[in-house]
Design a protein around this ligand. Structure first.
Ligand SMILES: [Cu+2]
Length: 136
């Protein structure tokens, strides 16, 4: 019994540690298999080798870049670099992140499945705004 719970605890620890170290490790592990992304796309940093992920940093109470154009099926990954927590909410209500804690530890990921212009803001600081345009 003790052994089983020890294994469970260490599994949880592995999940937490790999979560904290970001998605970059994932990408390097799976490079041997799966189709290669088309040349010229942005760095792969998502859970899936096939999803192109665009990075948005939250720095000095701003989204950097504040405007972004992506294609349907691509993901946006927000990383909080501020000491203050932030929380991303899409104006249309289709996505709401958790409260992203300080110092770049916490991040959020969203895959955009529909074409359109999506505006978002920080629920803690509504003057922080960003726009994602999704094209075919
Ligand atoms: Cu904020």
């Amino acid at each position: 019994m003790k052994k089983i719970s020890l294994i469970a605890i260490s599994l949880v620890a592995v999940v937490i540690i790999s979560g904290f170290s970001g998605c970059k490790n994932y990408g390097s592990q799976q490079s041997a298999t799966g189709p290669q992304p088309p040349a010229g796309v942005e760095a792969q940093q998502s859970d899936s080798p096939r999803v192109t992920t665009h990075e948005v940093l939250i720095e000095d109470f701003q989204f950097v870049p504040a405007t972004l154009t992506i294609k349907i099926g691509e993901a946006v990954h927000w990383t909080n670099k501020d000491n203050s927590p932030h929380k991303i909410i899409l104006d249309d209500g289709s996505f709401e992140s958790t409260s992203l804690t300080n110092n770049g530890i916490s991040s959020a990921n969203e895959i955009f499945k529909n074409e359109g212009t999506f505006t978002y803001y920080c629920s803690f600081h509504p003057s922080m705004k960003g726009t994602i345009t999704v094209t075919k």
